[in-house]
Design a protein around this ligand. Sequence first.
Ligand code: HT7
Ligand code: ZN
Length: 854
Amino acid sequence: PTVKHLADYAPPDYEVETVRLVFALDPRETVVTAILSLRRREGAADDAPLVLDGEKLSLREVAIDGRNLGADQYEVSDSTLVIASVPAAFSLTTVVAIDPQANTALSGLYLSSGMFCTQCEAQGFRRITYYPDRPDVLSRFSVRIEAPKSVPVLLSNGNPGASGDLPGGRHFAEWDDPHPKPAYLFALVGGDLASLDDRFVTMSGREVTLRIFVHEKDLGRCAYALDALKRAMRWDEEVFGRQYDLDLFMIVAVDHFNFGAMENKGLNIFNAACVLASPETATDMDYETIEAIVAHEYFHNWSGNRVTCRDWFQLCLKEGFTVFRDQEFSADQRDRAVQRIKDVRRLWARQFPEDAGPLAHPVRPSSYVAIDNFYTATVYDKGAELVRMMKALVGAEAFRAGTDRYFEKNDGTAATVEDFVGAIEAASGRDLSRFMAWYAEAGTPVLRVEESREASGNGVTHTLTLTAEAGNRPVPVRLALIDEDGEAASERLVEVEGHANVVTEGVTPGAVASVLRGFSAPVRVERNLSVDERLKLARADTDPFSRWQAGYALAVDAALSLGGLGDLESPELVADELGAAIAKSVENEAFAPAFRAEVLRLPSLTDLARASRVIDPEKLQLGREVLRSRVLSYCRPVLESLHDGLASDEPYDPGALQAGRRALRNEALRLLLADADEAPARRALRQAEEADNMTDEAAATAALAHAPVAEREAALARFYDRWKDDALVLNKWFAWQAAYTGPGALEEVRALTEHPAFDKGNPNKVRALIGVFAMENLPTFHAADGSGYDFFFDFVSELDGRNPQVASRLLTATESWRRLEPLRRDLIEKKLRSLAERKGLSDNLYETAQRLVS
Ligand code: HT7
Ligand code: ZN
């Protein structure tokens, strides 16, 4: 495998002015004719050969300016078509055949439940035709699709053109995209699809048709995505001044998809799980995810499509910025504080471990083998945090002026991180050159906080010190002092570069500093606070994120110490105090129910593993269980009354208000089930049976499915029976069983891989069963006899032959292996090393395995 380096970037030798594509669709032999009008770039060498990317294509013809080339006039390899001598400007025609049905990698043109569809980011277009498949080659695409009439709907990017009948029971449709785009934004769909339509009028009066295509049976599940789309379109106009730029915006739902969704120009393709929702089949969380992903893909129309990336090293330019935009959208649609808690929890759960292990890489990586491996939490979520920090540093107004400038100056081009940061600098007048270190260096900086109080008087000095390697980049730290009555000294924003002394005068003796409020920078804070001080913040911090964090972090420390892995003195006492504090908070009606639900959501095993120096699944599980039962002993009556009192017979609405109440009620139920007792199990079973919406049904069934209670089997059987014909809903059923830690858990998971509803060709199924097993089921995956590893590595190796992207992503579940206790670490290391040495791995899996053991 070859390694690509950011430092080696060179512009393309040939530009593609226009491209005409003609597809004759066939499941086994689709013929693609491509006519490219090419021009040598000014500055390129006169004798520069034309090098086009191409994989798994069977070449039938090559012609220049209408004249066919002989086999001695070009060279074809596994990955390129090279023509040594070409004019400065010419037309190139190629004809290739491809086999969509054999395409199990789901990159390029493939079949999903009988539907033709494409996925071209990052490098799928080269599996469709020979092309300079790089994001800095922008071209105008026009497309003609021919197919049998049994494939009635034929879609591509841009505006629809002519369509009509062809001889032999076939028909055609033409599409024209007026916006030049890189090949990764190309899309084609062909299938027997139904659609739900709506319209949107942009702020400058353009009428846009919105259309969601799905299988006929799913038509009743598209309304929410359409509603979310309209809200996202309006929000982007109001908050970023960005309007839609075509007359048609389409979304297509597909069953087989490697990711959540794809922002192809005018024709977004979505994993069906990220579009389809009805109250009976989708949980509040599913609705929330759909809203966020619909918005995310729509926002890419500007941050990604109108302004794209110069090369794949700049991926964070579109992804980090677009995640920031979708998080802000969700915060505005829902509860901002709860959104922040969820976003940071996700960052901690996925990005912090990545940054602390062998897969760590900068937000802008400097090298890669397979770019698919870099669609990571670091690029996406830490990338979003960098944008958020810049906004904090320059202020909201200058930030908006900066994004306006970025869009205007770079519209229609392929840009770099420097273009983005430069636009913020120019609009704000602030030098951000030292901020660039955030993009270039991997790892999570540590911020050490020390406090000294004047012996006489009431001044307090906080010394904030960054670890040496993070010493010279600006870190925005929001800080305030809190006493029982709230803010003892109001908040300020401190910019730490290396080191800062923050002096606060007039502070009451018992006040405690609340540092990094709202998680104002992606750093780890180290400070010595007493349990009492931490509890004070958990009770009284006026920043809701920090109030939640104080309690959560104490819960993590208590659980670790209860399991023998932490260093809190008297963790039982701490757990009791925490239990009392949680009981108070969840009763406090001054707090939103969604916030109270977060307070009640005790750390999961993976949360604990992330925070522990050593990962010992048995000790982690013990600590978690003791914590849960001690907290429960303080909360039981409160939880029972919440569960009873929050029951509602209002018609289901997925909005934040109702969803918050259900979240609180269902967290209460989940904790009540920490008692492996009959009464709570019966309560849960009743809820599962009586629920009129999936949120309540799933919460109750999941709680039972995770507990070693007699009702477990009945609950799972009931759920299966009810939903056996609904593939999307069944993913929940697979995932619950994958996370089960009771006796016989591995055998259950192994048996499920043979279940008729399981399909190893469907990434949603693989993620639900194998992904959840490896990421969440710590005790079974890390079984001391190595059986979990045997099962997992066999699965990943086999999957690699079918779908390298998904296999490689699954393997990242092992990223924290070096922190495992020694026995397990030795077992998994052997597995990883033997995988890394195996011949015939895909580039994707090879790179991940190599990095894991390096
Ligand atoms: N920009 C999209 C990325 C994506 C992708 C990447 C690799 C392999 C398959 C993929 N499908 C979609 C999704 C997004 O961030 O919006
Ligand atoms: Zn994205």
